[in-house]
Design a protein around this ligand. Structure first.
Ligand code: GRF
Length: 204
């Protein structure tokens, strides 16, 4: 079974979906790493018997040294791929290049809308609400050297009703995130994703 690592900074509901739907089925979550000591994602990993590692950014002099430590942990646990499940730090080229087209990220909008620098968490949904768009959704994509800019693997849309608050939009999108993250991870683990000219194609 392929081994995947999960990086998370927050409550870990996306991680929990992977634990429930993917772990020890389509693949193995070999380690969960967080930059936040109190990230509930670490607790979820422990409850599932998965190694949970907090790496404090304060202990390292640079993002490169920090990512070098992440890389060391990924190698220690033999991770063949990495999933960013609500991970708020930007990866350095050191880490991205070590796992080219093997790092997937879940973003809470339909990329290329409402993404890029500064668009994360509620900021995305507040911008969606302010703009008055009629559909939003979530995207799973491979991580490249840009922000939210790598090949798109799976997307799913949700309707935005006039009465929806930003929080209600977030909840609708979070439900979709869980579904498409599990779907994209399964496709990856089954080697069904092909990258041609920086576009991801799903093999039938
Ligand atoms: C999600 O909204 C995800 O789109 C964003 O961060 C949040 C993570 O939520 N990247 P959780 O920690 O998986 O519950």
């Amino acid at each position: 079974m392929k081994k995947i690592a999960v990086l998370a900074s927050g409550s870990g509901s996306n991680l929990q979906t992977l634990i429930d739907q993917i772990h020890q089925k389509d693949g193995l979550i070999c380690v969960v790493i967080s930059d936040r000591k109190n990230a509930y994602a670490l607790e979820r990993a422990k409850q599932a018997g998965i190694p949970a590692v907090h790496i404090s950014r304060l202990k390292y002099n640079s993002d490169n040294e920090y990512d070098a430590e992440i890389l060391r942990i990924l190698k220690k646990y033999e991770a063949q791929a990495v999933i960013l499940a609500g991970y708020l730090k930007i990866l350095t080229p050191l880490l991205i290049d070590a796992y080219k087209n093997k790092i997937m990220n879940i973003h809470p909008s339909l990329i290329p809308s409402f993404c890029g620098d500064g668009f994360y968490g509620m900021r995305v949904h507040n911008a969606v609400y302010e703009k008055g768009v009629k559909v939003t959704g979530a995207t799973v994509h491979f991580v490249d050297h840009g922000i939210d800019s790598g090949p798109i693997i799976v997307q799913r849309a949700v309707s935005v009703e006039d009465s929806d608050t930003a929080e209600q939009i977030q909840q609708k999108v979070l439900n979709v995130e869980h579904n498409i993250l599990a779907e994209a991870t399964r496709l990856f683990l089954q080697d069904k994703i092909e990258i041609i000219n920086n576009r991801a194609y799903i093999k039938k």
